[in-house]
Ligand binder design. Structure first.
Ligand code: AMP
Length: 449
């Protein structure tokens, strides 16, 4: 399948070549013709499936064919600020040369610049529901000309309690085409779809409910107090250019950032308690390669698109399959190769079925050499200094010195770490290292009870 056969106009095809997109992803191949035909759409697709282009390209094609009106004609509702910025960036990238304007509006920042940008004329508006209602309610923004409405990550919006806001917004629109993209399609999503769509085509991307096929997985088991040390060691020894680390809570994110600093690794914490500016700065530095590590909570990282992320690390497992897909699916996006590393403590053994449900070829669980329960904790964990930030100056390579001498901050050419090459099966027996398991499309076998 090629993009040419989907009915897209020449300027968009040219842009896609420039973006390096050789062929449509499955959700794009299915959604684009439906949206171009003017029908409503329900698409069950997870983040990383290429869903943004699946709705952005047909919208841009339809808008480019009309005369610019200087009013909002396409509205995309998203759950979070980060996703708003990301989706708007994608529209801007795909609309190069079409003379169309896209704006992201979201809460937590001054509303005035957003009002000024709107006054200058916007064709495509990407918005979080609360801020959009402020703009329409208090400042008279009109949505009467909107003829396409997209709900992106609809499941997430419902999680966040946005259903009443979505209904209020819908009531302000004239006749329009609607599309709903969601990672899941349970009762509440069906209810919302029933209210907002008519005679919709429904599509499901085949790989929904699974982690990407090209994702390699490694699972480690060691005591929780040593996770930070282990992460630092892995990052250093494997010489990873970048890794996104998931932790269960904001406090743990802050703690891990401080611990990694002790090992000479600069990281930023990415969670809801940090200001919008701090999150944005951390994300920009991570995306540009200035920071090797971003330590995030699930809530904040939902929908984050980091181009070509080689490694994602999950410290513990989240509560449900959906969050796990969102974590692991940060890497190996849009057909690229990637690696997911899951670190569990022995008490978390009972969580393994959740992982197995999504990764049918679950690899053996490894207890790294030097990290078994009988191995002594390093001094700093015994003397309570573990969470003090690093005070050493940065070395020449831009990383501060490693306290423990594990070399985590140095990007030397590394094979997998010598301390992490011994494996124990989930029964605890020691085994020699093998290859990480790559995930196939085998049917789902378990769900969490
Ligand atoms: P999304 O699921 O929309 O967040 O997209 C995930 C990633 O896939 C983004 O980095 C896109 O730039 C990329 N992408 C989208 N469509 C394609 C495609 N057809 N070929 C290659 N990469 C793509």
């Amino acid at each position: 399948m090629s993009f040419d056969s989907l009915g897209l106009a020449a300027p968009l095809l040219q842009t896609l070549i420039q973006c390096g997109y050789r062929a449509p992803t499955e959700i794009q191949a299915q959604s684009i013709p439906v949206l171009l035909s003017g029908r409503d759409l329900i698409a069950v697709a997870q983040t990383g499936s290429g869903k943004t282009a699946a709705f952005a390209l047909p919208i841009l094609q339809q808008l480019a064919a009309r005369k610019p009106r200087g009013s909002i004609q396409a509205l995309v509702l998203v759950p979070t600020r980060e996703l708003a910025v990301q989706v708007a960036d994608a529209f801007t990238r795909y609309s190069a040369g079409l003379g169309l304007t896209t704006l992201a509006v979201y809460g937590g920042v001054n509303i005035r610049p957003q009002r000024q940008a709107l006054a200058a004329g916007v064709d495509i508006l990407v918005a979080t529901p609360g801020r959009l209602l402020d703009l329409t309610g208090q400042f008279g923004l009109s949505l009467a000309e909107v003829n396409t409405l997209v709900l992106d990550e609809a499941d997430r919006m419902l999680d966040m309690g946005f259903a009443p806001d979505i209904d209020k917004i819908r009531r302000q629109l004239g006749p329009h085409q609607s599309a709903m993209f969601s990672a899941s399609f349970a009762e509440r999503e069906r209810e919302l779809a029933g209210r907002m769509l008519s005679n919709a085509v429904s599509l499901t991307a085949m790989d929904t409910g699974r982690v990407p096929q090209q994702l390699a997985l490694e699972v480690f088991m060691l005591d929780k107090p040593r996770w930070a040390e282990f992460v630092a060691e892995l990052v250093g020894k494997r010489n990873w250019r970048q890794a996104l680390v998931f932790v269960p809570s904001r406090d743990e994110a802050n703690g891990l950032v401080a611990e990694l600093a002790l090992d000479g690794l600069q990281a930023a914490a990415f969670h809801g308690e940090r200001t919008q500016g701090a999150r944005r700065r951390g994300l920009d530095e991570f995306k540009s390669g200035k920071l090797r590590l971003l330590v995030a909570t699930d809530v904040a990282a939902r929908g984050l698109d980091i181009e070509d992320l080689p490694v994602v690390i999950s410290l513990g497992l989240p509560h449900g399959e959906e969050d796990l897909i969102h974590r692991l699916g940060r890497s190996a996006r849009a057909g690229r190769e990637g690696l997911a590393v899951v670190v569990l403590s022995p008490e978390m053994r009972a969580d393994l079925p959740l992982l197995e449900a999504l990764c049918p070829t679950l690899p053996e669980v490894i207890t790294p050499v030097g990290y078994s329960a009988k191995d002594p904790l390093p001094q700093r964990y015994r003397d309570g200094t573990a969470t003090k930030p690093a005070t050493k100056p940065a070395n020449k390579s831009g990383h501060s010195g490693s306290r423990s001498g594990r070399g985590a901050g140095n990007r030397t050419s590394g094979r997998s770490g010598s301390r992490t090459d011994s494996r124990s099966g989930s029964n605890g027996s020691q085994r020699q290292s093998g290859k990480p398991a790559r995930q196939g499309n085998a049917p789902k076998r378990h769900s969490r009870g």
